[in-house]
Design a protein around this ligand. Structure first.
Ligand code: CO8
Length: 258
């Protein structure tokens, strides 16, 4: 199995497991981590003995979003040139079922990563949110589209416009999460689900995933293209840089609408 710096990759029978491994930064999804995540998930997707893939951050935190430090001085052109989105697209193209095992924070890009999966298993401490608005941004990896389709326009608007988070129970009630288990059991439960799926006819599983994805994401691509441009454009605003800088400096941000 390949050696990675920011993720761990392992196998349990027919289930591949990729664990985000940047705990000190709450698994913030920096470019190198996203590259390794894409590589590890693609390797499981290409392995004929693997039939489902679990993505997790372990029992404490799933991911607190894209790396704010990495983005804090970026211009829209930098954001385009770094082709951040290519790494996300890799995960979206995986053909085998992806199960997110989420404990603790799944914020911003972390919530978007969970929503790129087919099933979300949540620990009792899970917290889902799109708090980009707090740093003068909006979701940039599908959050405005997938959260809206998952929990409906009105709850999604409240979450995206105010940064409000959903705890595990509310996420379950609103249909974002398939089941809640004690935080230390998320991977075990996700692997159990993966093995259950692995016992079914593989081609039927693959085609079911494709059809469900089409039902969920049909026309989402147009929305994501719009969202991506808006996200990049926000890097031209002083407010977004003030918001990110304030987060790093641990102070309240002052927004001036420019
Ligand atoms: N980026 C970088 N570092 C982070 C991030 C992050 N998103 N989140 C946490 N960290 C770091 C902190 O800076 C801190 O590092 P250090 O110890 O070196 O100062 C360490 O992780 C621990 O964090 P805290 O001390 O802040 O821990 P708390 O328990 O006090 O707070 C929170 C936890 C509430 C999760 C808090 O860290 C927080 O609010 N984090 C930011 C959440 C956020 O705004 N996420 C959205 C980011 S933007 C985004 O995700 C857009 C995705 C679009 C991708 C599109 C690509 C095309």
């Amino acid at each position: 199995m390949a050696d990675y710096e920011y993720v761990l990759s392992s196998v349990d029978g027919p289930v591949g497991i990729v664990t985000l491994n940047r705990p000190k930064q709450l698994n913030a999804l920096a470019g190198p981590l996203m590259r390794e995540l894409g590589e590890a998930v693609e390797a499981h997707d290409a392995d004929a003995s693997i039939r489902a893939i679990v993505i997790t951050g372990g029992p404490t935190v799933f991911a607190a979003g894209a790396d704010i430090r990495e983005m804090s001085n970026a211009t829209p052109v930098d954001m385009l040139a770094r082709s951040f989105s290519a790494q996300w697209d890799r995960i979206g193209k995986v053909r085998k079922p992806l199960i997110a095992a989420v404990a603790g924070y799944a914020l911003g890009g972390g919530c978007e990563l969970a929503m790129l999966c087919d099933i979300i298993v949540a620990g009792d401490n899970a917290r889902f949110g799109q708090p980009e608005i707090n740093i003068g941004l909006i979701p940039g990896a599908g959050g405005t589209q997938r959260l809206t389709r998952s929990v409906g326009k009105f709850v999604a608007s409240e979450m995206i416009l105010t940064g409000r988070m959903l705890g595990a129970e509310e996420a379950f009630q609103r249909g974002l999460v398939a089941r809640i288990v004690p935080r230390e059991l998320i991977v075990e439960e996700a692997v159990r689900l993966g093995k259950d799926i692995a016992s079914r006819a593989p081609i039927a599983v693959q085609l079911a995933k494709e059809a469900i994805t089409q039902a969920f994401e049909g026309r989402v691509d147009d929305g994501i293209a719009l969202e991506r441009k808006a996200f990049y454009l926000l890097f031209a605003t002083q407010d977004s840089h003030e918001g990110m800088r304030a987060f790093i400096d641990r102070r309240a941000a002052t927004y001036e609408g420019r």
